[in-house]
Design a protein around this ligand. Structure first.
Ligand code: HEC
Length: 160
């Protein structure tokens, strides 16, 4: 019995894919039981007594200048509605690593509760960090945030 069958490389890839799918699904079915957020009040806003100044400034921006709350409405930080971010405004269609970059079309707003625990971000995992997502929406929405404002927004996202 000398010839042992090698485990095909494909198998490990597909079990990674399965694990990835489960973690994706778990990260997005929390509205059945949202992750604990002991520093948020009943309305999903920060309790000022438990929040750092940067987080409170970030919350102010989230509901104001940065426009995030237009689509990410508390307490779960989603409006459960489809939006077309029209990202194709920023590039010409072309092949990148064998895939064609093209228009995404309408996508339902993802909830942001517990968001720090579920990178990478967006439907195709194109953004690796929360800093990237803030930069992304700053560009998409044309909000012209200063660097300090971006840092504060990330601090707020981490508290959700
Ligand atoms: C016009 C509606 C809209 C606005 C305004 C908006 N978002 Fe989003 N957000 C979305 C949609 C739609 C998605 C899913 C997009 C995708 O997957 O391509 C999303 C996804 C995200 C994600 C990734 C969630 C995940 O689980 O992968 C983060 C983080 C996020 N938004 C943060 C923000 C922040 C911060 C702001 C403000 C600076 C903001 N959003 C403003 C609609 C919006």
């Amino acid at each position: 019995m000398g010839s042992r069958t090698r485990r095909p490389a494909r198998e490990s890839t597909s079990s990674n894919a399965a694990a990835r799918f489960i973690s994706w699904r778990n990260s997005r079915t929390f509205w059945i039981s949202p992750p604990p957020a002991p520093r948020l009040d009943l309305f999903g806003k920060l309790d000022p007594a438990k929040a750092a100044p940067a987080e409170l400034r970030g919350q102010e921006l989230f509901f104001g200048k940065a426009q995030c709350a237009t689509c990410h409405t508390p307490p779960y930080y989603t409006d459960n509605t489809m939006h077309n971010l029209r990202v194709e405004r920023f590039f010409n269609e072309k092949m990148i690593n064998g895939r064609k970059a093209s228009a995404d079309g309408p996508i339902k707003t993802f909830p942001l509760r517990g968001i720090k625990d579920s990178p990478p971000y967006l439907h195709d995992n194109r953004l690796l960090t929360l800093e990237d997502t803030v930069e992304f929406f700053n560009l998409v929405l044309g909000t012209k945030l200063a660097n300090e404002e971006k840092t504060d927004l990330v601090a707020f996202l981490r508290a959700l």
